[in-house]
Design a protein around this ligand. Structure first.
Ligand code: G4P
Length: 285
């Protein structure tokens, strides 16, 4: 198996373009809504967001909150709040949490319009832009806010198109296409966390590297899930073969001479992708 592929400087050309496009349109935006994955509240953030949004007001949406370990994720929420951020938790797929976004925009606009009033300016509606790294639920949230399905959920190219504005209510307009930004891999841990949540794909890291990372995290933080889902008590690098053999046998993946590491690894990734494993948060403060 290939354990040493570490070309994590992958950064597709169109992501540079999107970053530039967002910088160009930001002057027309009042509020930026940054969507992140609640299971990785550090790794799924855009590191240089401040540079991109250039002083605009922003809201952080902790999306996929239904899939996270709330006790850990709440610590991140407290941290970001203590740093002055506005934070909302959201399950964009299965709930009406999008209404919290509308409420927060409304109260921010009251603040903005009070300042405008003091300057003798007329009140304005908030023009909002949703941004975030891939697969955090931006399209799902946009579709909920707009009230119909205008964006395909799932695979799509990472390019912001023209500024098409949709009315949400009397306070809020929304750019109907998300700004899709690429994370910066501050270190291997961040890249592996992103890959575990299918935010970056297997072309950046091998499927085996990602699966091992998931097993390590489960072993360190969620041993009961490791036991119940994969039948192992503890993962250690010294016992890779034994662990993969146990999983292979328990999941009826045939062993022809040697364990099929790729197949077992794909199965482990799919447990997260298909939400068979929930209540996990991989980033720790
Ligand atoms: P993106 O625009 O940021 O790339 O993300 P998108 O909305 O396409 O959502 C990516 C996947 O995450 C979708 O699943 C979507 O249904 C799911 N999702 C979005 N928000 C939430 C949430 O708050 N909780 C949970 N549990 N899932 C969420 P998919 O498998 O790609 O599509 P589908 O199964 O919905 O058809």
């Amino acid at each position: 198996m290939n354990e040493n592929k570490t070309n994590i400087n992958y950064y597709p050309g169109h992501m540079y373009k999107t970053r530039k496009d967002i910088k160009n349109i930001i002057s027309n935006i009042d509020i930026v809504i940054e969507v992140i994955d609640s299971r990785i509240p550090f790794s799924s953030r855009i590191p240089d967001l401040k540079n991109i949004i250039n002083g605009k007001k922003s809201i952080i949406v902790f999306n996929k909150y239904d899939l996270c370990d709330e006790s850990i994720t709440n610590k991140w929420i407290e941290k970001y709040k203590s740093e002055g951020s506005i934070v909302i938790t959201s399950d964009a797929k299965n709930s009406n949490d999008y209404k919290k976004v509308i409420e927060e925009v409304k109260s921010l606009m009251i603040e903005i319009n009070e300042k405008r009033h003091l300057k003798g300016l007329l009140p304005k509606k908030a023009k909002c832009l949703i941004i975030g790294v891939p697969n955090v639920g931006k399209s799902t949230l946009i579709n909920k806010l707009i009230g119909k399905s205008i964006l395909g959920v799932g695979n799509k190219p990472g390019v912001t198109k023209k500024l098409n504005i949709v009315k949400i209510n009397e306070y809020m307009d929304l750019v109907d296409t998300p700004g899709i930004l690429w994370p910066k891999f501050e270190n291997n841990e961040v890249a592996l966390n992103l890959a575990s949540m299918t935010i970056i794909k297997e072309e950046v890291l091998t499927v085996e590297q990602i699966a091992i990372h998931i097993l390590k995290k489960l072993s360190d933080y969620y041993p009961s899930i490791l036991k119940s889902e994969f039948g192992i008590e503890k993962y250690s690098d010294e016992e890779i073969e034994e662990c993969f053999t146990t999983i292979s046998k328990s999941k009826n993946i045939p062993i022809k001479g040697e364990v099929d590491y790729e197949r077992v690894s794909t199965l482990i990734l799919n447990y997260i992708k298909q939400e068979k494993i929930k209540k996990i948060t991989f980033d720790r403060i």
